[in-house]
Unconditional design. Structure first.
Length: 428
């Protein structure tokens, strides 16, 4: 008997609540795998009224009997990783066994500096809204085949050769393009050697961990960061992340064949948010957006930046369902909509006077999209204590059913609060 492989993906612009969904589903899994992104992600989990924010470690880390894997598709900031692990241990938590792929690339100090300088140099309207964590420059080095991998940190001679070459090139960029001071290669080398000593016990063959677990009958969860609409290929380019948060990214970022994936679960908020620049058709810049931000606590878990907010966009959700091959949806933060007399949902776009029911692949077209809304009745009841679908007010059930019909995917999990227990499971 082999285990089940489930991929968890965001279907909006990130911040959908993937961490809390993974935390719930990890109970019945043996291994949880982060397959892309870096410390620019922020997955929030609330357990027994305690809040945790995970940037690099998988969201199953709070289950001490599990294995958590950071796959080769992730770019790792060692300082951020160690700070995160130290913070968890300082809270007295027994943690899952953590395995870091030998092939994961390392975010170096020059990546962060170039990331910040590059964003500052962009003119208004061209800024991406990067977190400045060095993610994009690290992935650039990866695909230029000059990146530093986790395995290099424990091979001093190879590390030195790669670093000296890289820093010589980066100093050319820093000094001649940006007028910044050159970096000290010896200091960075010594720092990286220190990282290597600490990360060495965590290094392992991520591929082997995953396939041995599946072969022994354990379920494996693959946890994506960011969301479909930030995918470097399928998102709102150029206002995207530097990796593939889509379900296909799990195959390359963790080392699993497409045919081995049993189920793809998409995570969507009951409304919609976005951080950073780029088109956002349903964004409300007035009182509604501010109310959603306040009620939903919509501030970046990584940066603290206020999120842009608006009504749910089912054109975008339907696009994500198709791109990822989603088998079921997890609908989070439904409780935030309690108290609204009416709830609007975007079901089409008006682009230059033409009504379109599909998500445009052109970012220029999307920027011109005016949402076409349908209005549903709201509800006033507090739903945070509901644990069965039948416990929800009829208007809330109607809202869930409306989404299911419009995007042709069942909603199999509903979040009605922040905590692990504030969950309605349907057919999982």
């Amino acid at each position: 008997m082999t285990g089940r492989a489930d991929v968890i993906v965001g279907v909006q612009w990130g911040d959908e609540g993937k961490g809390r969904v993974v935390d719930v589903l990890a109970k019945s899994s043996g291994v949880v795998v982060r397959y892309q992104g870096g410390a620019n992600a922020g997955h929030t989990v609330v357990v027994e009224d305690e809040k945790y924010v995970f940037h690099l470690v998988p969201s199953g880390i709070l289950y001490p009997d599990k294995i958590c894997v950071i796959g080769n598709g992730v770019v790792i900031d060692p300082e951020a990783l160690f700070e995160e692990l130290d913070a968890l241990k300082n809270r007295g938590k027994s943690l899952a066994r953590l395995v870091v792929s030998y092939g994961a690339h390392i975010v170096m100090p020059y990546h962060k500096q170039i990331d910040t300088l590059l964003e500052s140099a962009r003119s208004e309207g061209q800024k991406i809204g990067t977190t400045g964590r060095g993610i994009g420059p690290c992935y650039s080095d990866k695909f230029e085949r000059v990146g530093i991998r986790a395995e290099d940190l424990v091979n001093p001679q190879i590390l030195k050769e790669k670093l000296m070459t890289n820093i010589e090139r980066k100093n050319e960029i820093l000094t001649k393009i940006y007028g910044a001071k050159p970096l000290d290669p010896e200091a960075i080398y010594e720092t990286a050697l220190g990282w290597g000593k600490r990360i060495k016990p965590l290094l392992g063959d991520a591929f082997l961990e995953i396939h041995e677990a599946l072969g022994s009958g354990q379920n494996v969860l693959f946890e994506g960061a960011q969301g479909t609409l930030l995918d470097v290929d399928h998102g709102t380019y150029p206002f995207v992340t530097s990796s593939s948060p889509c379900s296909g990214g799990a195959c390359t970022g963790a080392g699993i064949g497409p045919g081995r994936i049993d189920r793809v679960i998409g995570v969507t908020k009951a409304y919609c948010t976005r951080v950073g620049e780029g088109p956002f058709p349903t964004e409300d810049k007035g009182s509604l957006g501010e109310l959603l931000r306040t009620k939903g606590g919509e501030y970046g878990a990584t940066t603290g930046r206020p999120r842009r907010c608006g009504w749910n966009d089912l054109v975008a959700v339907d696009y994500a369902v198709k791109i990822n091959g989603i088998d079921g949806l997890a609908l989070t933060k439904l409780d935030v909509l309690s108290g609204f007399e009416k709830i609007s949902v975007c079901t089409a776009y008006n682009i230059d006077g033409v009504i379109k029911n599909h998500f445009p692949s052109s970012c220029t077209e999307l920027a011109k999209a005016v949402p076409v809304f349908e209005e549903l009745s709201g509800w006033k009841e507090d739903i945070s204590k509901c644990r069965k679908f039948e416990d929800l007010p009829s208007a809330a059930r109607d809202y869930v059913s409306f989404i299911e019909k419009r995007v042709s995917a069942p909603i199999i999990l509903i979040g009605v609060g922040q905590g692990r227990e504030d969950t309605i499971l349907r057919g999982i």
